[in-house]
Design a protein around this ligand. Structure first.
Ligand SMILES: [Zn+2]
Length: 294
């Protein structure tokens, strides 16, 4: 069987210049490879799973020989009913997946030379796909927990593991959240805030009193705090004002970037595209402007 595309040397680097130099057909093939990695880009019917498929090549569509359904590479994914060229969509994914300090819709619209509202929805769809990577994730081992105020926010970060973010206006809710996402037997590290006093009933807990020291005998919440400082730079630098409605999306984007910060830029881009192609059509963002006009 062919090597999975994401593991190939070719997947490690990707520049905007190379995306545009390779062109539309090459971008399309990349979409196929990441939509159908098990068949190395050969189409599989999204309805019945049949691989016996007719090509309607002029329109880049397929028809299933078994159930007769017509589909395209983006049918049923977060990019369903796309209007943008594949080359621009691939560029958008690469920009968002590599935006270490976040990306505003205005900036993305300038980069892609598209309308602001197109860029706004596109960036949110990509963020939704990135966030799905940690759906259902459980943290274990040593876990730092902290809240920071951006209009409400709680983050948990596993050392050598994932960063999970939750938006809640009430920081004491963090204990409830921890009980949902931190495995029993893990150690939680928290600061001196009194609402964390409820943690030791459920987990071995270490506390750090920030009025005395930021790290004492190896006890610190430095990792979760460094995440918050990066999120703060993203919010103030790119988005300026973030409504509570979108805060979760920006925080999840920041967490994804944080957890994968050591990966090559190509690996990040293709990983993001793989998530987008495995993610169902968005309930929030599909037809967003049509609905908001109504
Ligand atoms: Zn079918």
């Amino acid at each position: 069987m062919a090597q999975h595309f994401l593991l190939s040397a070719k997947a490690r680097t990707l520049s905007l210049r190379s995306i545009y130099a390779a062109g539309e057909e090459s971008a399309y093939v990349t979409f196929c490879q990441l939509r159908w990695p098990e068949t190395n880009g050969e189409p599989v019917c999204p309805e019945c799973g049949c691989a016996d498929v007719y090509r309607i090549t002029t329109r880049r569509r397929f028809k299933c020989a078994a159930c007769r359904v017509q589909f395209s590479v983006t049918s049923g994914t977060i990019f369903a009913s796309r209007k943008m060229a594949f080359v621009d969509l691939l560029a958008a994914v690469a920009i968002v997946a590599n935006a270490a300090k976040g990306i505003s819709a205005l900036q993305l619209a300038r980069d892609l030379d598209c309308q602001h509202k197109t860029a706004f929805v596109l960036a949110h769809k990509i963020r939704e796909a990135l966030a799905s990577e940690s759906d259902g994730a459980m943290l274990s081992g040593e876990v730092e927990i902290d809240g920071a105020y951006f209009g409400g926010h709680i983050a948990l970060r596993q050392r050598q593991g994932r960063t999970l973010t939750f938006v809640d206006t009430h920081e004491p809710k963090g204990v409830e959240i921890a009980r949902r996402v931190v495995a029993k037997g893990s150690t939680i590290v928290a600061d001196e805030a009194t609402h964390w006093d409820a943690l030791p009933a459920h987990y071995p807990t270490q506390r750090i009193n920030h009025s005395l020291a930021y790290s004492l005998d190896g006890v610190s919440t430095n990792m979760v705090e460094s995440f918050f400082s990066r999120l703060r730079r993203m919010v103030t630098g790119q988005h300026h004002h973030v409504s509570a409605r979108y805060l979760g999306a920006y925080a999840a984007h920041a967490a994804w970037l944080e957890d994968h910060r050591r990966l090559d830029n190509g690996t990040l881009s293709f990983r993001a595209l793989g998530l987008a192609m495995a993610h169902p059509t968005s309930r929030t963002w599909a037809g967003y402007w049509q609905r908001s006009r109504a």
